[in-house]
Design a protein around this ligand. Sequence first.
Ligand code: TRP
Length: 445
Amino acid sequence: MGNENREQWGSKFGFIMAAAGSAIGLGNIWKFPYLTGVNGGAAFVFVYLLIVLFIGFTVMLAELAIGRASQKNAVGAFAVLSKNPLWQLVGWAGILCGFVILSYYGVVAGWSIKYFIASFTDLMPIAESGGAGDYFGGFVSNATQVVIYQVVFMIMCIIVVAGGIGQGIEKACKIMMPGLLLILVILIVRAVTLPGAEKGIEFYLKPDFTKLTPKVLLAALGQAFFSLSLGMGCMITYGSYIKKSDNLASSAFYVVSMDTLIAFLAGFAIFPAVFALGVEPGAGPGLTFVTLPGVFAKMGGGMFFCAAFFVLLFFAAFTSAISLLEVVVAYFKDELGWNRVQASIAMGIAITALGVPSAMSLGGSPVIFGMEFMDAMGYLSDKILMPLGGIFISLFAGWMMADKLEKEVTSDGLHPFGLYTVWLWLARVVAPIAMAIIFYFGIIE
Ligand code: TRP
């Protein structure tokens, strides 16, 4: 098979850092811990683990196998592997999804840069006197400022993606992912040693199986999917750069485990501090940009911990954003013959432009279908494109790749994958049904 000139990851470790970088993003830091805390604590973690193991791992491996077998981007992969051109629609949906997610992701990532700087200037004194909410409101309704930070962030993404797979993306992730873990550990040690920290751990993990309603299970499934960057061809694209000699099943397992571990650990950095300082936890952007600055402002060395937290958030967002841009760039490069630098710049600019309405979103914004622009973009990507993509990717790998699939997954017999048959049926039947359920309930809601 082949394209001798295709770029490749320098090492298996490099790939794992890059793919874990894609998976570990804003979802791990601001969504997972809160979902866990309000939905049954350790009981939620338990079902989340089952979902990740049976569904998340299955689809992750399916995407990597499609990518490596085809040596192509999300659209090209289906063109190489199937004669039926309709399958390419799955790839198209993925590219559209990458475009849409990155448009608003870049906006929020820009906020993390602003907050990193503000940690050293005016944020701490204002947050200490209870003004973090107004501070955030004032910032996000200043569209010019928000767009400036968004543009700065997107320029950084363009530079890294233009630098290529090994020298750009892999290098950045090999620095940022260990950095992220180190910062997380520092924040956890600080948080759990505060007097009263145990109340936060209780909120986070106290098991309550009665809270595991069908709705909660659905939320867990959706979260696993979003968090693992599945269903939109990102892992197909990253898989296409994996060396033929690397073992896909073990790589997929590492990526899935790291993503889950970091999400789980994030809760230990957040809730012990929030409860020790007697603050009410919030969800999503409110938790990260309002609750936490208020918490840091009240602790000794708060400026340092606040800045560290926003570096962590920046690393998480950045390593995800470059993978989103790469999905789009790989298509223009493989299929239309653009060079990497041109494609990165042109697509980076186009995506930034689509993000501008989201950037203005919180300060009196354009409204589509009754939703604010940013929420509408989130709905389109999370509730529609990703579940649909996941269903068809899983079906495609399971049913359409025939014997190619086994060869790809078991790396020519060098690394036997004992559970191949189990995995195959998970991909053929179980994962598509699970995703069809998310899709159905996501749209009737
Ligand atoms: N996984 C990312 C997070 O947890 C978000 C995300 C969803 C994503 N799909 C993606 C990132 C595709 C990169 C590529 O925040």
